[in-house]
Design a protein around this ligand. Sequence first.
Ligand code: GDP
Ligand code: PEP
Ligand code: MN
Length: 588
Amino acid sequence: MDAPKKATDALKTWVAEVAARTRPDHIHWCDGSDAENRRLTDAMVADGTLTRLNERKHPGSFLHRSDPGDVARLEDRTFICCEDEDDAGPLNNWKSPQAMKAVLDPLFEGCMEGRTLYVVPYVMGPPGGDAAKVGVEITDSPYVAANMRIMTRMGRVALEELSRKGHFTKGLHSTGDLSKENRYIAHFPGEDLIMSFSSNYGGNALLGKKCHALRLASVQARNEGWLAEHMLIVGVTNPQGQTTYIAGAFPSACGKTNLAMLVPPQADRAKGWTVETVGDDIAWLRFGEDGRLRAVNPEYGFFGVAPGTSEDTNPNALASCRANTLFTNVALRPDSTVWWEGLSPAPPECVDWLGNRWTPKSDHKAAHPNSRFTAPAGQCPSISDRWQDPEGVPIDAIVFGGRRSRVMPLIFEAFDWKHGTYLGATMSSEKTAAAEGAVGELRFDPMAMRPFCGYHTADYWQHWLDVGEKGGEKMPKVYHVNWFRRAKDGSFLWPGYGDNMRVLEWICDRVQGEGDAIETPLGYRPTREELHMDDLGVNAEDAEALFAVNREDWLAECNERDAWFDLFGDRLPAELRKQNDALRQRLG
Ligand SMILES: Nc1nc2c(ncn2[C@@H]2O[C@H](COP(=O)(O)OP(=O)(O)O)[C@@H](O)[C@H]2O)c(=O)[nH]1
Ligand SMILES: C=C(OP(=O)(O)O)C(=O)O
Ligand SMILES: [Mn+2]
C-alpha cells in the first residue's frame, strides 16, 4: 500500500527503513476510518485473535485473550537508553543506546516476515493546540493498531497534525514471539524513539500512552518547562456554580479512573454538586498566559481496569465500555457478554480469561486481576465539555494518593508547594496487578511516576520545585489522600468510590478560601463534620482511625524516607531533606 499524500518525506523514509529491516509481507497505512476498523476486526475474528461480543448488548465490541504470560507491564524489561547512565537515575533500568540496539536490532531483523506492518500515525493532545504531539507507531499487531485507534486520535487527523508540526516521535513495536526473554520496552530520549518487542500488553505496546506521553514526554517537559504526569483530571462544580479542576496522581490500579468518573451520592447531587471527567490517566500541564497551570488530557480513550468496575462503583466507566470497546482478559458469558469479579454476582458458568470453562466453584478468578477495557473517552456520560479544549483546564488542586493499609490518613493538605513536592516525592503504595511482581508489597512510588519517569528522579523533583518557583502564588494547592486504610479486621475504613466526593468537596471549599481545617504535623486536615462522616455511616471510632497519626509509625516513616532519599545521592534537592527534618520536628 502506498503512503498517503500527507505523509512527510521523513516519515516515508523511516517506514521504508523499518520495512527493509523487518521484511513484512504487506504494509498498511492506517487512516483511522470506520471501514478500516471493520476490516481489521473482521480479520482478527476470523483468525481467533478476537471474539465478537453480543451485538445488542455490546455493539462493535470484542474480547481478546492475551498470551497468558503477557498480562501486565514488565518493569524489569523496561529501559531508559540515554547516553549517560547517571541521567537515567536509580529507579530506571539503563542501557546505552548502542548496547540496547545491539540487542534489539537482531530481534527486529526479519521479525515481520509473514505479517503485515501497520503504520499508525497518532496525535496526543487536542489537535491544533500547542500541547499536541504527533507520534507514529509501527507495529505488526492489528490488535495494537485497533487499540491505538481508541486510545489516540489516529490516522488522517494525525497526518494533518504532522503537516503542521513537522516532528514526530517514533515508536517501533513487534509482537515478536511473546517470550519474556526477548521482551524489551526501550526508550531513547535522545532520538525521540521507542522500541518495544515481544509484548502486546497495553502499557508495553500502545506506545502513545506510557512510553510516549509519560516517559519521553517527561524528558521533553523538563527541557521545556512543563510537566507530563501520571494524573487524572476531574472538574468539580459546587452549588454556587464554581468549577474546581483537580489533577490526581495515583499509581496504576489505585483509583484514578474511578475518581475521574465519580458519581456524587444522591445527597450531594441534591445540593447541586456535579463532577465532570477530563482525563483518567495522564495530564500534560503547562503555564497558560494568565500564569496558571493548565492541563490537557493527551489521550482519546480509557484503558481501564475491569475487575471491581460495577454499576455501584463506577457506572460511568461501565457506560463508557458498553459499545465500541476492546476487552482484554475478562470472562465471557454464554450469551457473549463480558463478566469480571465485582461486576455482578458470579454467573453459574462462563469461560475464563484463559478460555476454559469456569464456575463459581473454580479455584481461580474468571477475569485476570489486570484485565482491561479500551473504550472511547467520548462515550463517558460524565465527560467534560472541555475535555478537548486545546488550552486545557486551569488546575486548582493536585492530589497524591497511594494504597496504604496502615499509617496514612484519609486526607491532608500540604502547607505549600515545596511541602507538596515532598509529599509527592515520598509517596508510597502497595503494589498492584498492573505490573508483574508481588502484589501488596509496599514501595515508594514518587508522584506515581516510578515506572514512568524518563530521567533521574532527583532531577524530576528539582523540576517540580523549579516549576513551583515559576508559578509562585498561582500554583495549585497540594493534597495527599488514602482511600485504602484498613481496620483491624482487614476491612476498608473508608467507603470510597462515590463517597470520595466528600473529600473533593472539602478540597473545593479550601480552594475557594473556605472549609475548616485542623493543623496536624502532616498538614491541614478536615474536621469530621466537614466530611459529613455521620451521614456516611462512618462511626466516631473509624473516623478517628482514618485520621490517626501515630507518632512511632511516623517517626519510622521519616527514617525510611531518609533512607529512600539516600538513594539519590548528591542530586537530591536539599529542600526535600529539609522537609523531612521539619516533619520529624513537628512530630516532636
Ligand atoms: N476500596 C476502594 N477501592 C477503590 C477505590 N477507587 C478505586 N478502587 C479500586 O481500585 C482498583 C483500581 O481502580 P482504578 O480507578 O481502575 O485505578 P487506576 O488504574 O489508577 O485508574 C479497582 O479495583 C477499583 O475498584 C476506592 O475509593 N476505594
Ligand atoms: C495503563 C496502565 O496503568 P493504569 O491505567 O492502571 O495506570 C498500565 O499499567 O499499563
Ligand atoms: Mn485507569
